[in-house]
Design a protein around this ligand. Structure first.
Ligand code: AP5
Ligand code: MG
Length: 193
C-alpha cells in the first residue's frame, strides 16, 4: 500500500491536487473537511456538533474527527492506499493515525507539504467562495482557519519530519506545475505493483 498525507494551510490546493492524484495513482481519498461537511448536510448528531466549530473557523475536537476517520479506514477494505487531505491536523490526530495504520501494518509513506503565502491563500479561498457555496469562506473565518493552522497544525509537519517523511513543495504556480512536482516526489517512493 501507499499512504500519502497531503499537507498544507487552507486554500493551498489539497482538494484540487487530491482529485488529480487519485486518478493517476488509484488511491482512496479521505478528506475530513468533506466528510464533516457531509455530516453537516445530513444533519447527523456528529454534524451538528462539528458545525459549531467549523462556522467559526476552529478545529473540530480531536475525538470527533479521529472516530470518524477510524470508521472510514475500516470500511475501505482492499484500498491500494489512501490520500489523507486535511488530516491529521493536530499532534494528537497524527499519533492516532499512526496507531490506526500500525494496526493495519501499513504506515504513512510520504507527507507532501504545500507551501503558499497567506495573501495568496485568502485570495484563492475568497475566489472559491464565489462558486462553491462553502459557508466557511468569509474573510473572518478564513483568518481564523489560518491562525488555527499556524497554532495547532504546522507542528504535524515536524512530527513526520522526525521520521524523515516530509517533502516541501512550492504551492504557487499553475495547478499543472504543482501536480508535476507532487508526482515526481511520489514516483520516488511509490512501490511498483
Ligand atoms: P477543510 O475542508 O479541510 O479546509 P482547509 O484545510 O481549511 O482547506 P481548503 O479546503 O479550504 O483548501 P484546500 O487546500 O483543499 O484548497 P483547494 O484545493 O480547495 O476544513 C474545513 C473545516 O473543517 C476546518 O476549518 C475545521 O473546522 C474542520 N476540519 C476539517 N478537518 C479537520 C480535522 N482533521 N480536525 C479538526 N477539524 C477539521 O483550493 C482552494 C482554491 O484555490 C480553489 O478555488 C482552487 O480552485 C484554487 N486553486 C487551487 N490550486 C491553485 C493554484 N495552483 N493556483 C490558483 N488557484 C488554485
Ligand atoms: Mg479542501
Amino acid at each position: 500500500m501507499f499512504n500519502l498525507i497531503l499537507f498544507g494551510p487552507p486554500g493551498s490546493g489539497k482538494g484540487t491536487q487530491s482529485a488529480n492524484l487519485l486518478n493517476k495513482y488509484k488511491l482512496q481519498h479521505i478528506s475530513t473537511g468533506d466528510l464533516l461537511r457531509d455530516e453537516v448536510t445530513r444533519m447527523t448528531p456528529l454534524g451538528s456538533e462539528a458545525k459549531k466549530f467549523m462556522d467559526q473557523g476552529m478545529l473540530v475536537p480531536d475525538e470527533v474527527v479521529i472516530g470518524m476517520i477510524s470508521s472510514k479506514i475500516d470500511e475501505t477494505e482492499n484500498a491500494r492506499g489512501f490520500i489523507f487531505d486535511g488530516f491529521p491536523r493536530t499532534k494528537q490526530q497524527a499519533i492516532a493515525l499512526d496507531n490506526l495504520l500500525d494496526f493495519k501494518n501499513t504506515p504513512i509513506n510520504l507527507v507532501l507539504a504545500l507551501e503558499v503565502p497567506d495573501e495568496e491563500l485568502t485570495k484563492r479561498i475568497l475566489n472559491r467562495a464565489l462558486t462553491s457555496g462553502r459557508v466557511d469562506d468569509t474573510e473572518e473565518v478564513i483568518k481564523k482557519r489560518v491562525e488555527e493552522y499556524r497554532a495547532k497544525t504546522e507542528i504535524v509537519a515536524s512530527h513526520y519530519e522526525d521520521m524523515d517523511k516530509v517533502e516541501r513543495i512550492n504551492g504557487e504556480g499553475t495547478v499543472e506545475e504543482i501536480f508535476a512536482l507532487l508526482c515526481s516526489e511520489i514516483d520516488k517512493v511509490i512501490l511498483p505493483e
